[in-house]
Design a protein around this ligand. Structure first.
Ligand SMILES: *Cc1c(COP(=O)(O)O)cnc(C)c1O
Ligand SMILES: [Zn+2]
Length: 502
């Protein structure tokens, strides 16, 4: 639909421009900093920061009901810059002009209701939101679209020239960073630092395929992170780890989409997300807060963050009910199939503490909860979900396990509807499925395969056959027909198929 065909009362509001005022605000000392420079941590105290719009742009433009109308009409636009996360431009990066927006097909991921069987097993009505259906197959694309659109706007303004985007990662962050940077061939190159020998060929393939410079560093992930931070403090590079507040900002789109996909009715809704570095849960809460403050939604949904018992620092922190007595302690992680969330000292912990407090206060009740689940439950739930038509990754299994646990504890009732996050595509983590099926998990995981969930290919060589086709050596004539008939019969026997009667 063309903008000129939109209803008159909102026509002027359909196409956003670069507007508003944005600042970084430090979560440690509260100081504020301009956004003309890319900052990762506070120049005054070294804490992480968050981005804020300070001119009241969204409220000045429209009230809640009008916003709902604008956003619903924007759905019908065929303008690439507004097809992804920037449909919510005023709530994400209003200073970014539309011609700097990088759109590679991210966002607006499917929300798929679980079938009756899976809902009955879980004890709750729920949907998976499939963030694995983003371009690089994880939700990290939301944040990269935001960070690189902003960097692109700086390049276009001429305030940044040749720029190198760097990150330390072994998984989805490097895949997303390399993909988005490769699209901006003119001004930007990307480099990924990986701990030598600690990555699988699959983890390597995405940044290599996107043409990023991939460096292998001796040591572990934390050592790579330190090198990257040193690089970004002394050289002209853009750090794309989750210290970068522009990334967290883009991930807020996940919540805007849930609100819109449920017609902005958030009463009795529960949103379940896995927690690693805790950037995502921060963004999800922040997104709902923004829509609530703008009057677009009237209720804040319940939030449930889930961690594995092998990497549970956030869960442990909130175990202490007395706010004054809470004390954050990093944990030493153990092996986890929810590998993308296997973090003992989350970068965004100060953000979580800050936003949870606001979220509960504005909800006028405790509305954010934390669950702990076992490695066994994560793996079993992933496989169970995928046997019922989903494409969940292990972190998606973690959210389903978390929902089941919440139902058990009476935290989610049959009045409520949950949306649970499959943060990546099943294929990215298929190695764990293979390990489960072959029963080869090292003891440290504590996972025993449930035979009912195990699957394996079967060899079929029909009895009585002596000749078989091979590549470059096909069978012909009678021997080929015999091969086809006897093989079909052998399969029919194994499947216990009935013969056609006519
Ligand atoms: C990064 C990631 C997570 C963890 O998200 P945080 O923002 O670090 O809490 C979970 N699942 C997948 C697939 C990820 O890539
Ligand atoms: Zn500070």
């Amino acid at each position: 639909m063309k903008p000129s065909d939109f209803p008159e009362d909102i026509r002027d509001l359909i196409l956003p421009s670069s507007e508003g005022t944005m600042i970084y605000r430090c979560l440690g000392c509260g100081s504020e900093h301009g956004i003309d420079e890319l900052l990762y941590v506070c120049p005054d105290c070294g804490s992480v920061m968050m981005l804020h719009e300070t001119s009241g742009l969204a409220a000045k433009k429209a009230d809640g009901p009008t916003w709902r109308k604008i956003l619903d009409y924007r759905r019908m636009l065929n303008i690439p810059a507004l097809k992804g996360i920037y449909r919510y431009h005023e709530f994400l990066g209003p200073v970014v002009p539309l011609d700097a927006v990088l759109y590679l097909g991210e966002g607006h991921t499917p929300v798929v209701e679980a079938n009756t069987r899976l809902q009955e097993l879980t004890g709750a009505r729920f949907f998976f939101k499939n963030d694995g259906q983003n371009p690089s197959a994880s939700f990290k694309d939301r944040g990269m679209a935001s960070a690189l659109s902003y960097i692109n706007s700086l390049i276009k303004k001429g305030s940044m020239k040749e720029i190198l985007a760097v990150c330390a990662s072994t998984g989805d962050t490097s895949a997303a960073a390399a993909l988005y940077a490769s699209y901006l061939t003119d001004g930007i190159k990307s480099a990924v630092l990986l701990p030598q020998g600690k990555v699988t060929p699959q983890q390597l393939s995405q940044p290599l395929g996107s043409g990023a410079k991939v460096f292998e560093i001796p040591g572990v992930f934390d050592d790579c992170m330190k090198v990257v931070e040193n690089l970004s403090s002394r050289y002209d590079v853009a750090l794309l780890n989750s210290k970068n507040a522009w990334r967290i900002l883009g991930q807020e789109s996940y919540s805007f989409e849930i609100a819109q996909d449920f017609d902005y009715a958030m009463e009795d809704m529960v949103v379940v997300v896995p927690i690693g570095n805790a950037g995502n849960i921060t963004a999800v809460m922040n997104g709902f807060l923004k829509f609530y403050e703008a009057g677009i939604i009237e209720t804040l949904p319940k939030i449930i963050g889930v961690q594995s018992h092998h990497a549970n620092p956030v869960y442990k922190y909130y175990l202490e009910p007395d706010t004054a007595k809470r004390e954050f302690k990093p944990v030493t992680v153990k092996a986890s199939v929810a590998q993308a969330a296997m973090i003992g000292n989350p970068v965004s912990m100060p953000r979580v503490i800050n936003v949870v407090e606001t979220y509960n206060r504005l909800s006028e009740k405790k509305n954010v909860f934390f669950m702990e689940v076992t490695e066994q439950a994560i793996m079993d739930c992933e496989l169970l979900a995928n046997r019922n038509g989903h494409i969940a990754c292990t972190q998606g299994g973690e959210t389903l396990a978390g929902l089941m646990e919440a139902v058990k504890q009476g935290l989610v009732t049959d009045r409520e509807t949950a949306v649970i996050d499959s943060t990546a595509h099943a294929l990215k983590f298929s190695g764990f499925q293979e390990t489960y099926f072959s029963g080869t998990f090292p003891e440290e995981f504590g996972i025993t395969p449930n035979p009912e969930l195990v699957n394996a290919p079967e060899d079929v060589k029909a009895e009585g056959l002596t000749e078989f086709p091979a590549s470059g050596a096909p069978l012909t004539g009678e021997s080929f027909e015999r091969f086809v008939r006897l093989t079909a019969d052998a399969i029919a026997t194994r499947l216990d198929l009935a013969r056609q009667t006519s």
